[in-house]
Design a protein around this ligand. Structure first.
Ligand code: ADP
Ligand code: TPP
Ligand code: MG
Length: 327
């Protein structure tokens, strides 16, 4: 009907209709048109954020706009793909101009930072739900895959781990931390930084990569399975990557820090493998992209994930369960 239609299309025109420059056709027609450069493959990935499951109803809409795109760009980063464009499918409980203004601000700020254009989407009324599909490009045959890890490779992780989970536990009332620790952890939970530059720099260097959303131990399992290999993971090396630990070392015991790092979730860092001969090239890629890279283990021929402490002793009595929507 005309009245509800004009509301819907007015909303799209007002908040989600900037002109596109890099794509032949953006929103407004039945399809958008993309034109990846010659010799490039399209990398495509979707991730959805659902209120109450992926974010709290109290989150700043600008942060939500940022995070909805960030978790998707993180998948492009894991493939070594350069962001091109994205679509936005949105279910909204009501037309709230202030909310939309702030959401689109956060969304476009990250999109602009990566030269990634909004080229279309869908808008309906319903429980708050945001689904983005990103499109990137990567030279044919050069995408970083989960299946490329080989025995003898070093295992690396970017950035920091576990801080988003720490903030979530504070929100849930199950952890208490000093206010400056909470502020930093909350920034990681609500505003993850997709490691796009690192992913690009790792093309031709890393043998495999994955982005970390459900938790390091579980996500690493996908790489091991896809590659037909196993690994030894130094849980204490990974636990050194929790930023809150540097701020407040006595907040948790060693097992607590390991739990955050290996089973926290919501990290949006890259775990990747590379042959030892590429060790210096990995460090150079990390430096060139302004991202920390920490070596946390080694790939082995024997299948399975062996989790050890800093002295190489097996950790048998700790469970590192990853996030599972139906687990
Ligand atoms: N509903 C679906 N239909 C088809 N493929 C799906 C669906 N849900 C997930 N997948 C695929 O399953 C794989 C694992 O999904 P997921 O764990 O969400 O990956 P990621 O952590 O990279 O977002 C991905 O390759 C994804 O494309
Ligand atoms: C309110 C709330 N509850 C729980 C979490 C933690 N959390 C929700 S989904 C998720 C895993 C990642 O989400 P998923 O949909 O599995 O992303 P994908 O693996 O597909 O990238 C985590 C750690 C959160 N961020 N906010
Ligand atoms: Mg997904």
């Amino acid at each position: 009907m005309a009245s509800s239609s004009s509301g819907e299309f007015d909303l799209i025109a007002r908040y989600f209709s900037r002109p596109v420059r890099r794509s032949p056709l953006g929103g407004g027609d039945d399809c958008a048109l993309l034109a990846p450069a010659a010799g490039m493959q399209l990398a495509v990935s979707s991730d959805m954020l659902v209120e109450g499951r992926h974010f709290l109803s109290t989150v700043d809409p600008a942060s939500l706009g940022h995070k909805a795109l960030a978790v998707n760009l993180s998948d492009l980063a894991a493939c070594g793909a350069k962001p091109l464009a994205f679509t936005l499918a949105l279910a909204l409980p009501a037309m709230d101009g202030d909310w939309l203004q702030r959401f689109s601000q956060g969304l476009y700020a990250l999109a602009d930072a990566h030269g990634c254009e909004l080229v279309g989407g869908d808008t309906t009324r319903g429980p708050l739900n945001i689904c983005i599909t990103v499109f990137g490009e990567v030279p044919a045959g050069q995408a970083l895959l989960r299946s490329g890890a080989r025995a003898g490779d070093e295992l690396w992780v970017s950035g920091t781990l576990g801080d988003a989970r720490l903030a979530l536990e504070v929100f849930r009332g199950t952890a208490q931390v000093p206010s400056e620790v909470f502020a930093a952890a909350r920034a990681r939970m609500e505003g993850p930084t997709p490691r796009v530059a690192l992913g690009l720099a790792l093309r031709g260097v890393a043998s495999s990569a994955i982005d970390l959303s459900d938790g390091l131990a579980g996500d690493l399992g996908h790489v091991l399975k896809a590659s037909g290999v196993g690994a030894t993971l130094d849980a204490d090396a990974a636990a050194q990557c929790v930023a809150a630990r540097a701020q407040q070392p006595a907040l948790l015991d060693a097992a607590g820090w390991r739990q955050l790092a290996l089973a926290g979730g919501d990290d949006y860092e890259l775990a990747f493998t590379a042959p030892p001969a590429a060790h210096e090239a990995v460090l150079a890629a990390a430096q060139a992209s302004g991202t920390a890279a920490t070596r946390i283990g080694r790939i082995e021929a024997e299948p399975g994930l062996r989790i050890v402490d800093g002295r190489g002793q097996a950790i048998a009595n700790e469970r590192f369960a990853s996030f599972d929507h139906f687990g």
